[in-house]
Design a protein around this ligand. Structure first.
Ligand code: NAI
Ligand code: 15L
Length: 268
């Protein structure tokens, strides 16, 4: 049966706010959790992923979890360790203990950020390309994917790890022409990840059907994902403003973009 009750962690964040608006239309009933209060949602659970009792209570009775909470940029290792590595472990352990069937894990392109982007005519990057994290942040996403695999192999807890590109209202850089996922396609992909049958642990890339796509969406499509958007209408303006990608610049030559050389730092 399709999951009805879904715990959305990271509900106060950028993507959480978008998915909070879009997922209910697919029939999912959301329970919200974040470290910070969630605007307009007084019932949201305000808890740190470090708080194992609170996390266990939060997952009790849900059919599935969309796990977005964590540090979403680069940070000192100790902070990444607490929020993203131990925090994701706490969530999976609680899910196992409470018998939750599936986790949709917000992985990131930065788990494979040092992978050279394909040139024209080169094959798209497959999901089984080796992990090449570009930051401690990306490393925590590689860990999360391995954790998801362990909990499937050992405990039969299903996961879909979504290596999200850039999910924002509009693409704002030339790189994002390749990696952008529109919010509407994001909701389509999370819905597919929640409802596809027998996913085991499936790794997918998360982006729209971009003309300049760098990676292979076939595992996402196999879940039933049918992206409807393409960044191409933004291309002319962005390239005129910023110039085209320069292959001599490492930040333009790798999937992870500026995370490989000059990553944005988590401000808290
Ligand atoms: P965000 O930084 O806006 O939201 C993350 C949320 O997690 C925040 O509301 C924060 O309060 C919460 N959080 C942080 N540490 C926590 C903890 N210890 N316990 C409970 N809550 C905690 O990030 P955004 O953009 O919404 O991303 C959501 C997820 O998707 C993140 O895991 C991020 O790594 C991943 N992702 C997002 C992409 C994007 O394009 N937005 C691209 C790739 C991955
Ligand atoms: C991510 O993983 C970040 O969480 C998000 O803020 C964007 O920077 C995105 O990757 C990206 O690669 O553009």
């Amino acid at each position: 049966p399709a999951p009805r009750t879904v715990l959305l962690t990271g509900a106060a964040g950028g993507l959480g706010t978008l998915m909070r608006d879009l997922l209910p239309a697919y029939g999912h009933e959301l329970r919200l959790l974040d470290l910070r209060p969630v605007e307009g949602a007084p019932d949201a659970i305000v808890a740190d992923l470090a708080d194992r009792d609170a996390v266990r209570e939060a997952v009790r009775g849900v059919d599935a979890i969309v796990h977005l909470a964590g540090i979403s940029l680069e940070a000192p290792f100790e902070k990444i360790l607490a929020a993203n590595i131990a925090g994701t472990y706490n969530l999976y352990e609680a899910a196992r203990e409470e018998g939750v069937r599936r986790v949709v894990f917000a992985s990131s392109n930065h788990a494979v950020g040092f992978t050279p982007r394909p040139g024209e005519g080169d094959p798209l990057i497959p999901v089984d390309t080796p992990h090449r994290p570009d930051t401690f942040y990306g490393l925590s996403k590689s860990f999360g994917e391995d954790l998801a695999q362990l909990y499937w192999d050992k405990h039969g807890l299903e996961s879909v790890s979504v290596r999200i590109g850039s999910c924002f209202a509009e693409p704002t850089s030339v790189r994002m022409l390749s990696v952008w996922m529109s919010p509407a396609d994001g909701a389509r992909l999370f819905h597919a990840a929640l409802t596809a049958e027998d996913v085991g642990h499936t790794v997918v890339y998360g982006s729209s059907a971009n003309t300049r796509l760098w990676w292979d969406l076939s595992t996402a499509r196999a879940l039933g994902y049918d992206p409807q958007d393409d960044s191409e209408p933004y291309a002319e303006k962005l390239i005129a403003e910023q110039g085209d990608l320069d292959p001599e610049n490492i930040a333009h030559a790798c999937l992870g973009g500026h995370f490989v050389s000059d990553p944005p730092i988590w401000p808290y």
